[in-house]
Design a protein around this ligand. Structure first.
Ligand SMILES: Cc1cc2nc3c(=O)[nH]c(=O)nc-3n(C[C@H](O)[C@H](O)[C@H](O)COP(=O)(O)O)c2cc1C
Length: 172
């Protein structure tokens, strides 16, 4: 399975980086950071694709990306994807995922949400894009921030059909 994770300039960039690190070794993984997200990743020793590098693999349908996670997803990037704008590697890769009918998961981070953001999310959801903001489920009984984040990333992996053992599942 080939996965691309993109991180945009919203609060919580470390969540995307954490999700990247928690992907199982069987997954072929790529990471794109927008300019605003790069600041947060400065100290990480990971393979990063430049958001300006529109020629990189995920920009082409023939590269064969199976799924894409944008976490966090800024309202700016969300709006661009909803309008079909593909002006950087993240938005181009997302538009490729849409045209190829592959799995796209956006984790929008904003509070409160404007009517424009809500409309953009509804439009994308109707196109089978998964809208999954970083929202905590208390039934997982998290004890600390680490467990809270593992729950959220675990939910994203469930939706992307990636096997994991990141959180305690609901049991009656
Ligand atoms: C410190 C900081 C925090 C931000 N947090 C958010 C946020 O949580 N959600 C959001 O939609 N935009 C947020 N923004 C604004 C985006 O960074 C801005 O809209 C930018 O154009 C997004 O560009 P990108 O989508 O190419 O990453 C934040 C900006 C800064 C400087």
């Amino acid at each position: 399975m080939k996965i691309v994770i993109a991180i945009t300039g919203a609060s919580g960039t470390h969540l995307g980086i954490k999700a990247y690190h928690l992907l199982p070794p069987s997954v072929e993984k790529y990471l794109i950071l927008s300019d605003n997200a790069k600041i947060a990743a400065k100290k990480e020793n990971i393979q990063i694709l430049d958001d300006d590098a529109i020629w990189e693999g995920p920009a082409s349908g023939s590269f064969g990306i199976d799924a894409m996670l944008i976490a966090p997803c800024s309202m700016n990037t969300l709006a661009k994807i909803a309008c079909g704008i593909a002006d950087n590697l993240t938005t181009r890769a997302a538009s490729v995922i849409l045209k190829e009918h592959k799995r796209l998961l956006l984790a929008p981070r904003e509070i409160p949400l404007s009517p424009i953001a809500l409309e953009n999310m509804l439009k994308l959801s109707r196109l089978n894009v998964i809208i999954a903001p970083p929202i905590l489920g208390y039934y997982s009984d998290p004890k600390d921030l680490e467990q809270m984040e593992r729950f959220i990333i675990g939910k994203w992996f469930d939706l992307l059909r990636i096997e994991h053992d990141l959180y305690k599942r609901w049991q009656c």
